[in-house]
Write a new protein. Sequence first.
Length: 224
Amino acid sequence: MDNKILIAEDEAKIRKLVASYLVREGFKVVEAEDGQQAVDQFEDNEDVVLVMLDVMMPNKDGFDACREIRQKSDVPILMLTARDSEQDELAGFHMGADEYISKPFSPTILVTRVKNLLRRSNANDMSDVQVGGIKVLYRERTVLVDGEKIITTPKEFDLLYYLLRNVNIVLSRDQIIYTVWDMDYNGDDRTVDTHIKCLRAKLGKYSSCIVTVRKVGYKFEWAQ
């Protein structure tokens, strides 16, 4: 593997720990101590395939660095933060981030997220998708239903996107948890049912398209 990852984190201990795990997995690593340095390092390293940005950094925070990098490139961006709130997640996504992980985190889970994000990026799994009157703009983290924007939580967005990317395919609860919660969810699979219920409430006349497959999971059903 010859993939180079840019890590921007002002806490040296965390930065070095993450870097060591990535190097162990065969990645090359470029480090930055603040947001401005992250932007500069990105411009100096054209072969960077993924950027990891801490939100709270001096000189330029992660949100601003994310916005600047996104204006120049479609490189996958993963945000790190000590603040675990839905508003922070939405702010990161609106700046162009692709993934979000809260501190404290397991380095092995972080590496898994990196690999999954690169896999999706290489497979072009982050493109916009439309099924019927529902359109999901991935980079903008926006859902349109018959042209009208609806508000979704980050997990509702990811769940709907996963369903639409696999239209008419039955997805088990385990598959959904593995993909949408990215293996770091420790609860039971009833959270999937809860998020499905919330999505249905927001999709109006398309709510019935999310079909329950008894004892298996769900699918988004649409006649081609």
